[in-house]
Design a protein around this ligand. Structure first.
Ligand code: PPS
Length: 272
């Protein structure tokens, strides 16, 4: 549980009763949550962006942070962010769950910068990547071990109400990912996205450039001398941080934790 989250919100978030119209964006931290939340929001608003006075965290709050009451006050369909593992995520058979996975190498780098930047919550502004890597590989970071989140969600990827995406596939082909999401959200959204103007707007406003600008309004908490929340948005940044030994250790952990699954097919380039 993150240090900055009120315990009451966390506990009461776990007790939220999922509704049939809910759309959960479920991820391990730093795997593309905000991006996907905004894509879903844009699809539901025919590509119209948030107003300057709105923040993504207000229209699509983080369940474990704000607790169930705030979620229940949202209009339906509710777009709910969660980093909970599968077995703790509120379940309804008709609710929709979009899970976004990102390779653990880029995830840990992004998580490192995230943790450095929340100076109100962590005494880690001067922390090194090597320090953070040790925490990550032991699973001693917010929301626990990366693999304990990824593997059970992956095991449910073929459920009718689960859409399993990867950050890397979204980066490689954003329009394809948007269409896939719209199709999963239902026939109205799928019909809307057939309109090239709407698709174009969803792509435009969910682009890294556009979201980088919007984040200045969304995440006012970050100090100016820290990397922004929407920071780099690339695949492969990890190569600028990992030592050979760290690369091997994370590969080994990946192999052990995903044994018996075909998860190694997702990010073959990183794992060989
Ligand atoms: S959080 O704190 O868990 O909600 O963070 P999350 O939103 O999951 O992940 C943040 C990373 O996603 C990147 N991001 C994007 N990449 C590409 N395109 C778009 N539009 C986009 N929006 C967010 C963001 O930059 C973080 O990754 P890094 O590698 O740190 O840049």
């Amino acid at each position: 549980m993150p240090l900055g989250f009120p315990p009451e919100g966390f506990i009461c978030g776990l007790n939220y009763q999922a509704q049939p119209s809910d759309i959960f964006i479920a991820t391990y931290p730093k795997c593309g949550t905000t991006w996907t939340q905004y894509i879903v929001w844009l699809i539901h608003h025919q590509g119209e962006p948030l107003l300057d006075s709105q923040k993504i965290g207000d229209v699509s709050p983080h369940l474990e942070e704000v607790g169930q009451e705030m979620i229940m006050n949202l209009p339906q369909p509710r777009i709910i962010k969660t980093h909970l593992p599968y077995h703790l995520t509120p379940y309804h058979p008709q609710a929709k769950y979009i899970y976004v996975a990102r390779n653990p190498f880029d995830c840990v780098v992004s998580f490192y910068h995230h943790t450095r930047g929340f100076i109100k919550h962590y005494d880690f502004a001067e922390g090194t990547f090597d320090d953070f890597f040790e925490c990550f590989i032991r699973g001693e970071v917010d929301f626990g071990d990366y693999f304990e989140n990824l593997v059970p969600w992956y095991q449910h990827k073929d459920n009718d109400n689960v859409l399993f995406l990867t950050y890397e596939a979204m980066k490689e082909n954003l329009d394809k990912a948007i269409i896939k999401i719209a199709k999963f959200l239902g026939s109205d959204c799928y019909k809307d996205i057939q309109n090239p103007e709407i698709l174009h707007k969803v792509m435009k406003y969910s682009s890294f450039e556009s979201m980088s600008q919007a984040q200045q309004r969304w995440s006012s908490q970050r100090p100016k001398n820290m990397p922004p929340f929407i920071r780099h948005g690339k695949i492969g940044d990890w190569k600028n941080y990992f030592s050979t030994e760290q690369t091997q250790r994370l590969r080994d952990k990946f192999r052990i934790c995903t044994a018996g699954t075909d998860l190694n097919q997702l990010w073959r380039d990183f794992l060989v």
